[in-house]
Every structure is written in C-alpha cells, then in structure tokens.
Design a protein around this ligand. Sequence first.
Ligand code: SP5
Ligand code: ZN
Length: 341
Amino acid sequence: MKTFFSEDHRKHFPQAELSGGQFVTPFERPSRVEYVLAELKARGMGDIVAPGAADMAPIEAICDAGYLAFLQSAFAEWKADGNAGELIAGCITPRGMRTDRIPTNIDGKAGYYCHAAETAITAGTWEAALSSAASAQAAQAEVTAGARAAFALCRPPGHHATADQYGGYCFINNAAMAAQMFAAAGQRTTVLDIDFHHGNGTQNIFYDREDVLFASLHGDPADAYPYFLGHADERGTGAGEGANANYPMKSGTAWDEWGAALDDAIGKIRAHGTEALVVSLGVDAYKDDPISFFRLVSDDFTRAGEKIAALGLPTLFVMEGGYAIEAVGINTVNVLAGFEG
Ligand code: SP5
Ligand code: ZN
C-alpha cells in the first residue's frame, strides 16, 4: 500500500514536555517517523508520496472555527505577550468557572483550547498539524479512488484533539477528519483505535452519530491518560446510542486479552455494516513503551493487522502514538504487513 507523508512534520519540534514535574525532551518527537520510514523502505512496503497542501474544508468540518484561528496565531500571540519559551498552557479550563467567555489574553485562550499541559505549541506547530492532516486527506482520497488500503504517516498525531481542544500531543484529529470524509460521501464508517490511549477526541466528535462507529482498545482511564474519558459504559448518545465501544484494560494486558477485545470490536464493526474503516494506528501498546502499560510484543502487531484485514474493508491507517522509539517502525509496519498478508 502507499504511504502518504509530509516532511513538514519537522516544523513541530517542541523542546519541552512537562513530565513528572520536569521538562523532558518530548516523547512525541520527529525521529519517530524516521524509524517508520526506514522500516517501510527496508521491507518494500510501497511508494511514499508527499501530499499536496491541506484542504481546509474537511478540517473545518470537524473543528470549531475559533479553535482553528487560535492554533494559527497562538504562538505569535504568546511571543507578542512577552513569553520567552514555548507555549505551554498553565491554566486549563477549570471546573466550576465560566467557559462561555473565551479570554482575550493568550495564556487564558490557551487554557480554554487545551486539555493537557504536556503538549507545547511552537512556531511551526500549525503548519506541521496542517501537513499531517494533508497526509490523511491524500490517503483518504487514495482509498476513495479504489485502493484497498493506504497509510497516512501523520505527525503530529490526532486522536486526542477534539473539535476545540488540543492535548495529548494532538492538534487536528486526522482520523476523525478522514472518517467524516468517508461519512460525508455516504459510507457507513468505523474508526478502530488501537493506540494505547483512549481516542477521546474521536469519541467526542462522533458520540451522537449513528453512521460513524468508534471502537477503542486502551489503558483503563482510571490509571491512564486521558483519564477523563474511555470507560466501558460510554456507549454513545441519542441517535449514536450503541455506536461507541470502549475496551479499557488494566496494566500488564497482553495479547490474550487485547486480541480478544479486538475480536469483539471486529464483531461490532461487522454488525455496524461498515463500508469504510479508519484505523487509528498507535503502537504504544508495545511492552517497552515508556509511557504506557500494556505488554504486546512485535509479532502481536502483525496478528492485529491480519485480524483487521479479515474484515475485507477499504482501510485507511492513520499514524497515532508509539514512543519506544527503535521499535516504532517495526511495530507499525508489522500491522501494515500483517494486513497485506
Ligand atoms: C497520541 C498519544 O499517544 N498521546 C499520548 C499522550 C500522553 N500524554 C500523557 C503523557 C504522560 C507521560 N508520563 C510519563 C511518565 C513516565 N514514567
Ligand atoms: Zn497513545
């Protein structure tokens, strides 16, 4: 299958992530994709194609206009306000205070539009996020044109971004945008999210929708980021009741339980009458991931790809997380190779 990838991801390279009360080199770093590219090439996985410029319409279809305006100007406003470092939100939208008035000051605005302070905005973040969305758009077009599958090697990732909040290293929800592109074309769509972390942004965007199923395998939010969404009792609302399926799992979860959850999700994907499948492809369920607590081994990712392929659906893989840096390429390409058989 073809890979769609933009070098502009490099424009997002924050120096700082707030982790454990210290600033560390961000886990979500540019070199992650180098390992994926090297593995794609070494295993002859197919052409690697640069996307054109992002089309704004599909982004605007899933994002709040004020949020997009914020992302575009946030870093310049932060600098203009006299801040020396990268933009890190210091005051996240608090419970019990007003959220019906968006602050004018950039520090306040960032708190309004952010849900997790580990994620910094830098001078090139907006352009990188757009290029990441552009890769997902180009890969979606490839599948729409009749390819059985395509891979969007997106960076920064997307699944934690909601319509109006960034966080979890994500700014624009690439998978949700692509799913909405399929759905807008009248296709019954599923987003299957196998990243270790719950795809809160994707769930949130489609929670009241019957036509887009969201199914996610992830660390139990009692113990894992994003903490405030991803429980098993979140089944959708209104017309979307039943079109949301969460599989939260405990620390130490390995293939037996994870693969069984994937089988159950696959049953729901079939029952939904899915015509287009988007896979939020994170590989942080890997045993050596530095910020996660599952125990998948590299061969398990191959098996996951095989199970996904058995659905027989047009499939768009969208890169999400994975931070065991030297295994990210192997594990990601294992899913794709398992799919191709
Ligand atoms: C796309 C994606 O995988 N985003 C993950 C965001 C995780 N954010 C929370 C990071 C917490 C890091 N804590 C480090 C603890 C090391 N022992
Ligand atoms: Zn993740």
